[in-house]
Design a protein around this ligand. Sequence first.
Ligand code: GLC
Length: 428
Amino acid sequence: MPILPRRRFMQGSALALALAGAAACGKSDSGSGGEGAFEGTGPINWVQGKDNSGGKVKARIEEWNKLYPDEKVTLIELSAEADQQRADMINAAQTKSASHDVISVDLVWVAEFAAHQWIVELPAEELKNDDIIPAVWETGMYRDKLYAMPFATDAPIMYYRKDLLAQAGVEVPTTWEEVKTAVEAVRKLPGYESIGGFGGQWAKYEGLTCNISEFIHTAGGAFYDDNDKVAINSSEAIAGAQTAADGFKDGIIPKEALEWKEEDGRNAFEADKLLFYRQWPYQYANNLEALGEEKFGVAALPSIGGKAFVPTLGGHNCAITTNCKNKATALKFVKWWTSEESERYALETQTLAPILASLYKDEAMLKKFPYLTILRESLDNAKGRPSAVAYGDVTAAIQDAFHPVLQGTGTAKDAIAGLETKLNELES
Ligand code: GLC
């Protein structure tokens, strides 16, 4: 099975440089997305995960439909959960379903979908502009060609309950130790004795891979080295996984979080059952509505053991399926969906993280969303997940290895030794 030139877990900037070098060696050939390939106009479907904003995506699509009534776009919403979305999209590709035309692919699926030719190459020159954050642009590339145009990037930030910290008289923590102290202080407030401490997405799905990677990377561990050899079995990685496991054991990370996906933790946070939450930027819009500015805030994720937090890079990209009949309309829609106007709309209405650098410096946006500076830092420090065609197997192995340890079964050391074997098997 073909795999990416494997430079795994490179920092965004290093990856951008490497790929910029590769691109400079020659213009990409036209491939399946080359000139003339984007033919056919007419109705199409836009397929994405559940819209958590209560209708803002649909409203934007209605704008398109007013502009182009003969090229109507219909929104198809899948599950809110990454793994289920992937399964639905793969099923549609394999059954050659006519219902998936333009699809929102998680950046970790790009290699797999491109290698299987479930999506077509896109005309990079028509979609690129200098304002797109280079590391974000690269998330749509497979073998130096663009297959999936980013429309929302993603990096985690720390949401905290401003009202409860104030009542307990504690500052917003910047270190893991301070997080613990803050949790203990808030638990002394009447009625908050058993409030959850620091939540994340620890259910056995893609969110777990994102969350455990952060503890491992922050501790200085890595899944693969620069020569693409499996490198997970290090004392740093063990220490990182152990810190997460201890967080559960010590009651700082709530046990319920072992079943949490994004929305479960959000609900707990909004229901006064959680003090801190590691979560993607989309939640800001929800919290504004549910809690109001006075009750919550956003900060950088805490350093752990004196080391700066290393966030996991997320993101969602537009891809055109091979089965799409109206590819001219599909491409026109992708350009519109990723335009500055659409990026602004997605930020203002759903607080999705823009792909455009200028929006993080835009005065009006900063006034409305002061957390943009913190988000941009998180993006710049973020590490990717492995860019493997067989990513599904890699992430499943990671989840299988760590979920039991976080539940208190087995040791981080043994789990990592087992994972090392498994990842090596997947290489062969
Ligand atoms: C977010 C990220 C995505 C990640 C997913 C995990 O949607 O953008 O990259 O895979 O969360 O749940």
